[in-house]
Ligand binder design. Structure first.
Ligand SMILES: CC/C=C\C/C=C\C/C=C\C/C=C\C/C=C\C/C=C/C(=O)SCCNC(=O)CCNC(=O)[C@H](O)C(C)(C)COP(=O)(O)OP(=O)(O)OC[C@H]1O[C@@H](n2cnc3c(N)ncnc32)[C@H](O)[C@@H]1OP(=O)(O)O
Ligand code: FAD
Length: 664
């Protein structure tokens, strides 16, 4: 509590579980809880990190303010000797998109993943000390999704042992890279490698963009910001940039050479590493984006849940209080599945982080066998979780009624910052189609004796799944995880097999794939939902201490899968995985679970342990003191600086005068 009366105290007393233990489950461990709790308070209590009025600043001031915060954050990180983990938590809780996200989140990982040991030794220390600041310059004006279609060229000049980086067309201008517009001194630039007149595909190059002395672009380089983006404040704190090269020369050793090398005489040598590793940074970031989805969704849900308990509308009896809107079943059926999804994404994000770490260790030992699984899981889950989260934030805004539309609710800015996650790091549909290719390949190999592995292993039981009949007889049977898993597996498998059968009728498989792409995306959604459900169920098999904590998680897990079953009952019925009667029983059980969530709802969002600073929402205040604070905030709007607005004499007075004389 941050002082004063707690208007949500009664709600907190209703909790049936140990909130402190749930905070640790949410954080992942005691260790991460301790760090995130300490750092979030450090940020919240430092006025230099205030977020007030961010949505009202003009772009230049907004951007300068972001620079100030980023530089102050770096000073605090150094002064307090924060570890890498603590530093990244600090940047997270500062909660303002900035060039540092790309420097730490993409530039450094690109050098780590695609640079040789020598290149890492040379560039990483400079980057770690921020003596250089980097961005990830891949997307161009003409191409983003189609990476092989990028037009920037890197032509090897054997005379001087250099690459010549060039933007041959307008559409080859780099366009979008964050941090590029006004800050980065360097970039990992993706370009078409050309040696001896021959093309060798897309590769990454470390290119210096600005002089370290005065920050001016180097000769042959044009850089700028691409302009205002959606929303006030929001992602406009980021300098997404445009970049053009006019025959800019860089030394040969600035091509990232872990995947392929160019020798002194211009020969291209492929190492044992698969060429897809050039896409490795995207796999890394997609994995972090899944974790971030649970943060963004939980934040919106925390605001909507607290406000739903404060807000009362209708239902007063004999002058008593009106009904809290959280008690309306319709409110619960919109809010609680999102609450459950936030927890589900947290756990699948945790698992994905483990998978990524495992793949990275294998890659270091030259074992590339799990790379397709990592690609499929990161692409599919990035796509699923960001789509649900973006829609979920908007749903939370609606759950807050009119006040949700105010900037002071925090929801408009959260939405505006979050929605591009459906596009960056791979458009969600494009990524789903990547997973579809892998799914179809898996189905086509089923007869060959090659057993599917990882998250596709269930396909190995295809005969059984095609014959499966669900044996749910009463509503409570839907609480049995084994029954649920089989129903989700059968649905996903049958949808994939159905697509594969239709595909096989096309003489040209590419034509068939294009024609069936919408159906394929639906099959991928079913497959990805199965992964999330199964990882939630696996989580519940762990030892989870704390009074009532596991029980609450079981309820949330039930809400998550039964809501999906209800929402997608068309799929389950069409594939005969459940009968109409069983679908109806699932919905009955879902209503029972909603009533079990209700008394715990506030405690379940308290478990996210968000400070009021981080939430940035009057509606989501911990103490529930919404109305006086909304009233107070309105008067801070610049429009209320004067009683009579600027422009009155020019525009309002003449209008009123004219109407008066017309009447007379
Ligand atoms: C406010 C911020 C909030 C949250 C972030 C929080 C934390 C994040 C931390 C840091 C990041 C900071 C901020 C993030 C915010 C914004 C940054 C945004 C950055 C960007 O957007 S960078 C640009 C991203 N661009 C893309 O994602 C492009 C998408 N396109 C592609 O990936 C490829 O072009 C595509 C679609 C895969 C097609 O590739 P290709 O033409 O080669 O085609 P194929 O389909 O033939 O594939 C060939 C072969 O390769 C396999 N494969 C494809 N991709 C991969 C991969 N990534 N890894 C492994 N393997 C891959 C594919 O399956 C095929 O295999 P096969 O031959 O069939 O066996
Ligand atoms: C806020 C933000 C930050 C970004 N930061 C960076 C950065 O730091 N560095 C960087 O390099 N890039 C960055 N990007 C660029 C981003 O990665 C691309 O915009 C993204 O990959 C999508 O590509 P696109 O813009 O080419 O979309 P397009 O591919 O043009 O998509 C347009 C539409 O076409 C559809 N479509 C495209 N291809 C297919 C297909 N094969 N089948 C079916 N439908 C298809 C899509 O679904 C979409 O509906 C950023 C973008 C944003 C919005």
């Amino acid at each position: 509590m941050e002082g004063g009366v707690d208007y949500l105290a009664d709600e907190r007393k209703k909790a049936e579980f140990d909130v402190q233990q749930m905070k640790i489950v949410w954080a992942g461990s005691h260790h991460t809880f301790e760090i995130s709790d300490r750092i979030s308070k450090l940020v919240a209590n430092d006025p230099a990190f205030s977020k007030d009025e961010r949505t009202m600043l003009p772009r230049k001031e907004l951007f300068k303010n972001t620079l100030r915060k980023a530089s102050y954050a770096w000073k605090r990180i150094n002064d307090l000797h924060l570890s890498e983990e603590e530093a990244s938590q600090l940047r997270f809780y500062v909660d303002e998109p900035a060039f540092t996200d790309l420097h730490w989140g993409m530039f450094i990982p690109a050098i780590k993943g695609q640079g040789t040991d020598e290149q890492q030794k040379k560039w990483l220390p400079l980057a770690y000390k921020m003596q250089i600041i980097g961005c990830y310059a891949q997307t161009e004006l003409g191409h983003g999704s189609n990476v092989q279609g990028l037009e920037t060229t890197a032509t090897f000049d054997p005379q001087t042992d250099e690459f010549v980086i060039h933007s041959p067309t307008l559409t080859s201008s780099k366009w979008w890279p964050g941090g590029l517009g006004k800050v980065s001194t360097h970039g990992v630039v993706y370009a078409r490698l050309i040696t001896d007149g021959q093309e060798h595909g897309i590769h990454g190059f470390i290119v210096q963009l600005r002089r370290l002395e005065d920050h001016r672009p180097l000769p042959g380089i044009i850089i700028g910001d691409i302009g205002m983006k959606f929303g006030n404040g929001a992602y406009n704190t980021m300098d997404n940039g445009v970049l053009r090269f006019d025959h800019v020369r860089i030394p040969r050793d600035q091509m990232l050479m872990r995947v392929s090398q160019v020798t002194r005489d211009g020969k291209v040598v492929q190492s044992d590493v698969p060429r897809q590793l050039v896409y490795g940074t995207m796999v890394y970031v997609r994995q972090t984006i899944v974790q971030d989805a649970s943060c963004a969704l939980s934040r919106a849900v925390c605001i909507a849940t607290r406000y739903s308990a404060v807000r009362r509308q209708f239902g007063s009896h004999n002058g008593g209080p009106e009904t809290q809107v959280i008690d309306y079943k319709t409110q619960q059926s919109r809010l609680f599945p999102l609450l459950a999804s936030a927890y589900a994404f947290r756990f699948v994000g945790e698992w994905l982080k483990w998978l990524y770490t495992d793949v990275t260790q294998r890659l270091q030992a030259n074992d590339f066998s799990t790379l397709p699984e990592a690609h499929a899981c990161t692409a599919g889950l990035k796509s699923l979780t960001t789509s649900v989260t973006a829609d979920g934030i908007e749903e939370c805004r609606k759950l807050c009624g009119g006040h949700g539309y105010l900037c002071t609710s925090g929801l408009p800015e959260l939405f505006a910052v979050y929605v591009p996650a459906c596009t960056y790091e791979g458009d969600n549909i494009v990524l789903m189609l990547q997973v579809a290719r892998i799914l179809m390949k898996t189905v086509s190999q089923l007869g060959s004796g090659k057993l599917p592995v990882g998250t596709m292993a269930y396909m190995g039981r295809i005969e059984h799944l095609l014959q499966y009949r669900c044996n749910v007889q009463k509503a409570e049977d839907w609480l049995n995880p084994a029954i649920v898993l089989e129903a989700f597996e059968a649905r996903a498998a049958r949808m994939s097999v159905s697509c594969a059968k239709k595909l096989s009728k096309f003489a040209n498989p590419e034509e068939g794939f294009a024609e069936l792409s919408a159906d394929l995306v639906e099959a991928v959604v079913a497959h990805c939902q199965l992964i999330v459900v199964s990882k939630f169920i696996e989580k519940l098999q762990q030892d989870i201490p704390g009074k009532g904590v596991k029980q609450q998680l079981k309820v949330l897990c039930g809400v998550y899968y039964l809501f999906l079953l209800h929402k997608h009952q068309g799929d389950f019925l069409a594939t005969s995985c459940v009968t109409p009667k069983q679908a109806s029983l699932a919905n009955d059980q879902l209503r029972v679970l909603y009533s079990q969530v209700r008394p715990n709802a506030i405690a379940l969002v308290d478990a996210f342990n968000y400070t009021d600073h981080f939430l940035g929402s009057i509606l989501g205040r911990y103490d529930g003191n919404v109305y006086p604070k909304l009233y107070e905030a309105a008067w801070k709007d610049p429009l209320n600086d004067s009683v009579v607005p600027d422009g009155y004499h020019q525009y309002i007075r003449p209008l009123l005068k004219q109407q008066r004389s017309a009447k007379l």
